[in-house]
Design a protein around this ligand. Sequence first.
Ligand code: EPZ
Length: 430
Amino acid sequence: MGTHGEKRLADEMTLTGGRPLAGTINVQGAKNAALPVMAAAILLRGQSLRLECVPDLYDIQTMCRLLCHLGAEVEFENGCMTINVPDEIECETPVELVRKMRASSLVLGPLTARCGRAVMPLPGGCDLGSRPLDFHLKGLAKMGADIELKGGAVTATAGRLKGATITLDFPSVGATENLMMAASLAEGTTFIENAAKEPEISNLAEILRLMGVQIKGDGTEIIRITGMNELHSASGEIIPDRIEAATYLMAGVITKGCVTVRGIAPEFLESVLNKMEEAGADIDVFNGEITAKWKGPLQGVTVKTLPYPGFPTDTQPQMMALLTLANGNSVIHESVFDSRLLHIDEFRKMGAKIEVQDNVAIVTGVSKLTGAEVLSSNLRAGAALIMLGLAAEGKTTVRGLEHVWRGYEGLVEKFRSLGAEIEIAEPAVE
Ligand code: EPZ
């Protein structure tokens, strides 16, 4: 069985703030597209899926290990991945991998559809509040699967799944992806109503079409999937990571610099770019590049996170970081997750003024932040703390970087190429 070696990276870094960032960044492949697309390989039987522009991240390594555990062979080098899937695969997922990454739940739909049985411990992942799987399980049940929850694991069993009309209570990204993949081998046609419309959904649909699935409506709220008996080998490409791109653009502005990201369509980031402009950043889109430039003190704004194409929850901590130094107040309403404001305590250690009521943060801009020792509790909070460390006076040490390595490829090199002063401690010896 092929495996993907695991590189361990440092767990802490020290940043020296006060230097404006300047330069151009090539955007990585989207983590949140690559993970469901890798899971879709499970739908194949004795076939291969070849992918380009796959980012090299901890979460990708975890998904590689999960696919290998199930019996697939994975080769992954320089962004190119080949997943060879044998005729027979396992249908039980290992608890240590599922607890490590919530996106492991994306194998539930494909396994149920392809093996007629899937056993999965209830997943872990970031500390973003309770992240149930009820939409996923209700949809699979609608397609004929028998769902049993016992001992902290879920078992889905089914003969051949049957197409159904499934209406999601919320446009859940993961549920839309799991049900699209399950429907790909179901008998008949499935409609997913109130589907998520993120670009990553369309990337998955594109790869499924290349594998032989008939899918229409991805990117809208109703997706129609006509199931096939067998799917075939395919080659496809992972779209650029809009969240990574937004992070570097905001880092350019918070450090009073000018950062350009290359290789990302501006429409993937429209709500973010509009909100940055409203706050007073200079945004320029030209010739396949997006540039964000500081042109004077930012003004406070109101932000509400929403499903795509609304303001992405995955850029909420980074936007909050930007607004801690704006003139006046900002109101940030996190409406997608019930607990994605835990980074505020760490921001306060650096002098940020933020009050929280329910899922709404009121940020009062301050004239400066001061370096401190802070802890990253999840992926995007970690990126936001690094942004603050680059903008604060003095030195900031950010710990808990394993969260950051889950989603940001080459982060230290990329920030250093923009002029950031970053020291990293050697990775802890395992
Ligand atoms: C995906 O998570 C992303 N992860 C998240 O990115 C992203 O924040 C999220 O979508 C929203 O855009 C991947 O794609 C791997 P959801 P997912 O299902 O699918 C509730 C990052 O930083 N819900 O759209 O887990 C859920 O609790 C990560 O890259 C249910 O109640 O998100 C949440 O409040 C973090 N029942 C809301 O829906 C369910 O069955 C949205 O969750 C499923 C979800």
